[in-house]
Write a protein that binds this ligand. Structure first.
Ligand code: G4P
Length: 529
């Protein structure tokens, strides 16, 4: 393949993930996006819905669930002239640090908002993560077939709460029972909504021009008049789309529609494929790596264990940063300094695991992992560099892990450290006690840890509540000040799985007081591997 052919392949790629609050419609929109990508004929087969909503389940169920969510971890499909990679972000009970780190492996994000509810908690949190790289965001206001909040108010909320300008690309005509469709501001056309076509790609009726009298006939003169009034207001009060501001993460194009009714999803996809960036350069410790570079490079952002209960294999998900992967190629696993020949990388096409014969910058490949690969690991063609920006995130929930059989302390520690290297949880050992504290960002992780300790390390453990609100990695350039801080705060200090010093705060107030008291100490919310 010539260099220009490789450049064409890379230029076609759009790699994105969805950020949303649970129940806003991520799964539904994923189904419709795939339907438009022609990968599945009838939307509705992305994942076993029944199993995705249960709160607590036994281990087998959990595995089954994880198995299912893994096959949909990465979905690749063609759309317009592009090849789109959609990375799944675990959302409900399986929400975890993986969700955060997946956001460091994409070039853009789709933010799905339930238009009846507006900006919700989880979305706020995920947006914070996208800020680390100023990732461009496309917005979809969902559930227009229900009674929603005033659209202008929704835009204001995004602007004020997420600190991002909004540029509406489409504008809704009515909502709920009287939802008639949207007016596309860039195309100057009204696209009419029909109910009952959620599972197919529908033939839509389009009315050209905002002043076309056909519009009044189609949506009723009241709604047509309201639309014209609102558009005047919108054009006066909101922002025009600006590609540069979008690419720097300062402005989001906004689309309205209903995922369930499969309406508006294609407008969003048209915008995303046209404007979202092709694979972006990535920073490494020694230099910036361009996607178009000839030599292959990539980094691991997620490790998934126990994907297939029969094989118990682990897969390391790697984002290809530059060049091209071909089956059987040799790559250097930089952290351990070894060159390995990779002949069995996998891709995940619409639910099937297939052998990847080639993959390009922007794609995700899965490497079989027998414990040597860690999150954040870099693979190259013989160059010594390490990609940055794939951090650990401070956990938000904590539990104390206790052994049923106290003689297994060593195995317990080993298991926890390995699980933390995999990114499932983080482990903290307080300096002045023998407690083992496990931290996670999603509550299901504690169950997963206890179940995996038992099945993989033969350790029976239980977890119990502990009075910890948050953790911060602490650094200080001034050795004397650090010394004093360590002496005075020893009861709050712990070592994480990689022996990094961490401040364990019983309350958020305690944390702010300590931050005030020790201004020279940095309390970091993320830590680079
Ligand atoms: P999530 O992955 O973000 O958690 O959301 P999901 O797609 O599972 O959607 C959550 C609920 O919202 C589902 O209903 C889904 O059918 C519904 N939903 C999604 N998009 C729309 C929409 O455009 N309009 C309306 N009215 N509803 C929508 P559920 O009853 O919880 O699940 P199900 O039994 O329908 O699968």
């Amino acid at each position: 393949m010539s260099n220009s052919a490789i450049a064409t392949e890379i230029g076609k790629r759009r790699t994105f993930a969805i950020i949303s609050h649970p129940d806003a419609g991520k799964t539904t929109i994923t189904e419709k996006v795939l339907l438009h990508g022609h990968k599945i004929q009838q939307a509705g087969t992305v994942k076993g819905r029944g199993s995705s909503h249960h709160a607590k389940s036994d281990w087998m169920e959990m595995e089954k669930e994880r198995g299912i969510s893994v096959t949909t971890s990465v979905m690749q499909f063609p759309y317009n002239e592009c090849l789109v990679n959609l990375l799944d972000t675990p959302g409900h009970e399986d929400f975890s640090e993986d969700t955060y780190r997946t956001l460091t492996a994409v070039d853009s994000c789709l933010m799905v908002i339930d238009a009846a509810k507006g900006v919700e908690d989880r979305t706020r949190k995920l947006m914070e993560v996208t800020r680390l790289r100023d990732t461009p965001i496309v917005t979809f206001m969902n559930k227009l077939d229900r009674d929603i909040r005033d659209p202008m108010e929704l835009l204001d909320e995004v602007e004020s709460e997420l600190n991002m300008m909004c540029a509406p690309i489409s504008w809704p005509i009515g909502c709920g029972k009287s939802f008639k469709g949207v007016y596309h501001l860039h195309r100057d056309e009204t696209i009419l909504y029909q109910t009952g076509h959620g599972h197919t790609i529908q033939e839509v009726r389009i009315i050209k021009g905002i002043d076309n009298p056909e519009l009044d006939d189609a949506v009723g003169s009241d709604l047509a008049a309201q639309l014209r009034d609102e558009l005047e207001l919108v054009q006066g009060a909101s922002n025009e789309f600006d590609l540069e501001l979008f690419l720097s993460g300062e402005l989001t194009p906004v689309f309205f529609g209903t995922a369930l009714g499969n309406f508006g999803v294609d407008h969003m996809l048209d915008g995303l494929t046209e404007w979202a960036p092709a694979p972006q350069p990535r920073e490494a410790d020694v230099r910036t790596i361009e996607a178009s570079e000839e030599k292959f490079s990539g980094f691991v952002f997620k490790i998934q264990a126990n994907m297939d209960p029969k094989h118990r294999d682990r897969i390391a998900f790697m984002r290809v940063v530059s060049g091209k992967y071909t089956q059987g190629m040799k790559m250097k696993h930089v952290r351990i300094g070894k060159t390995v020949s990779i002949s069995d990388a996998v891709t995940f096409m619409a639910g099937d695991r297939e052998r990847a014969e080639e993959a390009f910058a922007g794609d995700i490949i899965g490497l079989h992992n027998h414990g040597t690969i860690q999150i954040g690991d870099t693979f190259t063609q013989n160059e010594d560099l390490k990609f940055t920006g794939i951090p650990n995130f401070a956990p938000e929930m904590f539990r104390r892990i206790r052994l049923k059989d106290p003689l297994k302390q060593k195995q317990l520690l080993k298991g926890l450290v390995q699980l933390s290297e995999e990114g499932a949880v983080q482990v903290f050992r307080p300096l002045d006690s023998n407690d083992l504290i496990v931290g996670a960002v999603g509550v299901l992780q504690f169950e997963v840890v206890v179940a995996r300790l038992k099945s993989e390390y033969n350790v029976e453990a239980i977890y119990e509540p502990i009075n910890v609100a948050t953790a911060r990695w602490v650094y200080c350039n001034d050795a004397k000040k650090m010394d004093e801080f360590q002496r005075k705060c020893s009861t709050n200090l712990a070592l994480d799985g990689g022996d990094n010093l961490t401040y364990i705060a019983p309350t958020m107030v305690n944390l702010s007081l300590s931050m005030e008291r020790y201004p020279d100490v940095e309390f970091a919310k993320t830590r680079e591997h």
